[in-house]
Write a new protein. Structure first.
Length: 68
């Protein structure tokens, strides 16, 4: 889970967006994103795809399976 948390944090910083902006722009609720950033859970496949589309990267990159 740590790789996902690190990648999501990195992408948010690169795009210079806040947690609230991500929630609003991608349509994800606050508690889900907070749990992901805390490393408590991983997103389901639907949210993973939304995040990959939003950040223009692959799901594998978000999960730390590739350096893209």
């Amino acid at each position: 889970m740590h790789a996902f948390t690190a990648r999501l944090t990195e992408l948010m910083e690169e795009k210079n967006i806040t947690l609230r902006q991500l929630e609003k722009e991608v349509g994800i609720n606050h508690s889900s994103v907070s749990r992901w950033l805390a490393g408590k859970t991983l997103p389901n496949i639907d949210y993973l795809c939304k995040l990959a589309d939003y950040f223009d990267c692959s799901a594998d990159f978000l999960l730390g399976r590739t350096d893209e």
